[in-house]
Ligand binder design. Structure first.
Ligand code: ADP
Length: 241
């Protein structure tokens, strides 16, 4: 979850009003460590499937930009690499899923991240009568560190770059906006460690929860290859489900 505003990330989701007869697609949960490529892949899925992408990270950053009460609370945790409290995030997701562009399917990026969130989502899914498919992006730890430490972002359009694997045409400058690229506050070394630690302690154990609940769990090796190659792998796995 990782670029643009909450509007881009799913607040409107760019999905036009759907015809009434459109069938409901199983919701997709993009699951994986920080830096595993959830944001990139969920945006590609949004374009291919024409369903909104909902990134809790993007929504929280949008509240921080707006400088409202939710943003203030979120920022206190995010700047240290800790997770934002469950009640706040659950509320944001519940409100977002109630919007009509989610009626025919949606992609969750960065949610759920704790057992409490997973149980909350299970309740929402039961009410809707749908069962999500979990796509687990599996990436080697050293690759994660290199990706996060090299990540740069355009503060205006949210486009992500990486100094090693996806540099901009001119070093430090956004190809699209000409704006100076920034390092996200939580991509600094100490904070990266905290985020990975939070993932290991609070989020990775959800794989067991998904198994307990009999969720369809698709594992995709996302360590190598281009984003497009990984995307095609995801599409093949979903189709064979
Ligand atoms: P990444 O997956 O690379 O950590 P995100 O944009 O998904 O990036 O998340 C950035 C930060 O936003 C997290 O470190 C956490 O502080 C907060 N956050 C995002 N989603 C959640 C969530 N579901 N629950 C709690 N905190 C969240």
């Amino acid at each position: 979850m990782e670029t643009g505003s909450a509007r881009n990330s799913g607040a409107t989701g760019a999905a036009p009003k759907a015809p009434v007869s459109r069938p409901q697609m199983a919701p997709l949960i993009l699951f994986g460590s920080p830096g595993s490529g959830k944001g990139t892949q969920s945006k590609l899925l949004m374009e291919r499937l024409n369903i909104p992408q909902i990134s809790t990270g993007d929504m929280l950053r949008e509240h921080i930009r707006e400088g409202n009460g939710i943003g203030e609370k979120a920022h206190a945790s995010m700047k240290n690499g800790a997770l934002v409290c469950d009640d706040l995030v659950n509320d944001l997701v519940r409100q977002r899923l109630a919007e009509c562009d989610c009626d025919h399917g949606f992609i969750l990026d960065g949610y759920p991240r704790t057992r409490d969130q997973a149980e909350y989502l299970t309740g929402i899914m039961a009410q809707r009568g749908v069962t999500p498919v979990v796509i687990h992006l599996v990436v080697d730890y050293n690759i994660i560190i290199a990706r996060l430490a090299g990540r740069r972002q355009c503060p205006r359009c949210g486009t992500l770059y990486n100094v090693l694997s996806k540099p901009p045409r001119v070093a430090g400058v956004c190809d699209l906006e000409g704006e100076a690229l920034i390092i996200r506050e939580d991509d600094r070394e100490q904070v990266i460690r905290e985020r990975l630690d939070a993932y290991e302690r609070q989020t990775r154990p959800l794989i067991d929860y998904f198994r307990e609940k009999g969720r369809r769990l698709v594992e995709v090796d996302a360590s190598g290859g281009t984003p497009d190659q990984i995307f095609e792998q995801i599409c093949r796995s979903i189709q064979s489900e």
